[in-house]
Design a protein around this ligand. Structure first.
Ligand code: APR
Length: 328
């Protein structure tokens, strides 16, 4: 039987894209094609190729076998199993994710057209912000089935939440189980009820105010880093993205919160005038992308947060469609 390595394309070879490429190679998840348009009009400069060469030369030291190439040409993504989309501008201090919509919706629309044309069978993981609206743009423009279009948000938000809890509890991050739902970041739905230290309810281990402080810090965790660095985070966003890629290319059936298309799940359509929406929910990720959304009964407080989150995502998509009416 002919075997081949997975092909994973990364659109946007900036901070997140570069770190994604490095992690894919380090974990030997597949070969990487880095696509960027930076300095495309200056023949002496070729940022994606330069970055690919630099990354490839880690191979002998890190002992990975992965072919890493960099290109301006979307034709090179042909045959990709997974495409990660990090193209777009990051936040600057004082900006919210939503402030990026005018620039990034146009970029993601263009990227989506290219993915549709050159990699029509790929699974697409969107990372560009504002995330929940950008996944919608990707889905709308590609017309791909919803199981092959998803957004990376929950994997990161939950990682931040677990990190802050582990610091507070003085235990290993490995021993924290947790889940968050809803939109990316500020908009997330906290679920301390479903958070534990190896099954021991976190609510038995920490006072409510301390848990809430960890939730609140996770909500604005991205903003905290933007303020400190002057640009947005890239290590943890990449780690969350690669967790999703690994689940797909190794068919692991991992349960990871992702922005996935929902209708009746968690009452999304009821809260959105009967229409479906991409929103953060626990998904089973495997070779068929989002293979299943796992639902559970929310309590009244969680329901309230979820409805607020859905309403915000709905407004964000409304703002996107106002700018690009063809995306309605
Ligand atoms: N096609 C390909 N690449 C593009 C395009 C395009 N149409 N438009 C922009 N890019 C590239 C830029 O040239 C840049 O190299 O996207 C890259 C983005 O990299 P950074 O500026 O380093 O941004 P990064 O921190 O990686 O964040 C990217 O992810 O989390 C989100 O909010 C973040 O929207 C931002 C995105």
């Amino acid at each position: 039987m002919a075997m081949r390595r997975a092909k994973i394309s990364v659109i946007g070879a900036g901070n997140i894209g570069g770190e994604c490429a490095r992690s894919i190679a380090m974990k030997e998840l597949g070969d990487v094609v880095l696509v960027d348009i930076q300095n495309k009009d200056k023949p002496e400069l070729h940022m994606p190729r330069g970055k690919a060469i630099d990354l490839a030369c880690c191979g002998p030291v890190e002992k990975f076998d992965a072919r890493i190439t960099g290109t301006f040409d979307y034709a090179d993504i042909a045959g990709s199993d997974v495409v990660i989309v990090t193209a777009g501008v990051p936040r600057k201090p004082g900006q919210s994710r939503d402030d990026l919509v005018a620039i990034n919706a146009g970029i993601v629309k263009n990227v989506a057209q290219n993915i549709k044309q050159h990699a029509p069978d790929a699974h697409v993981i969107v990372v560009s912000n504002p995330l929940d609206a950008m996944v919608y743009v990707m889905w709308k423009v590609t017309g791909f089935p919803a199981n092959r279009v998803m957004g990376q948000a929950g994997a990161l938000d939950v990682a931040r939440y677990k990190t802050f809890l582990a610091w507070e509890l003085g235990v290993s991050v490995e021993d924290i189980q947790g889940l968050l739902l809803g939109g990316h970041g500020d908009d997330m739905v906290p679920l301390p009820r479903l958070t534990s230290v190896n099954g021991i309810p976190v609510q038995d281990l920490l006072p409510a105010a301390k848990i809430q402080a960890c939730v609140d810090r996770a909500k604005v965790g991205g903003g905290e880093v933007v303020k400190l660095m002057g640009t947005s985070a890239w290590y943890a966003p990449s780690a969350g993205t690669i967790e999703m890629v690994e689940a797909i290319v190794r068919d692991k059936k991992r349960v990871i919160p992702c922005a996935a298309y929902c209708t009746k799940e968690f009452g999304v359509a009821d809260a959105n005038g009967g229409k479906g929406l991409f929103v953060g929910v626990p998904c089973v990720l495997g070779a068929n992308g989002v293979e299943r959304v796992i639902t559970f009964q929310m309590n009244a407080e969680e329901r309230k947060f979820m409805d607020e989150s859905i309403s915000h995502v709905k407004d964000l998509i409304g703002a996107t469609v106002k700018l690009f009416p063809e995306l309605a």
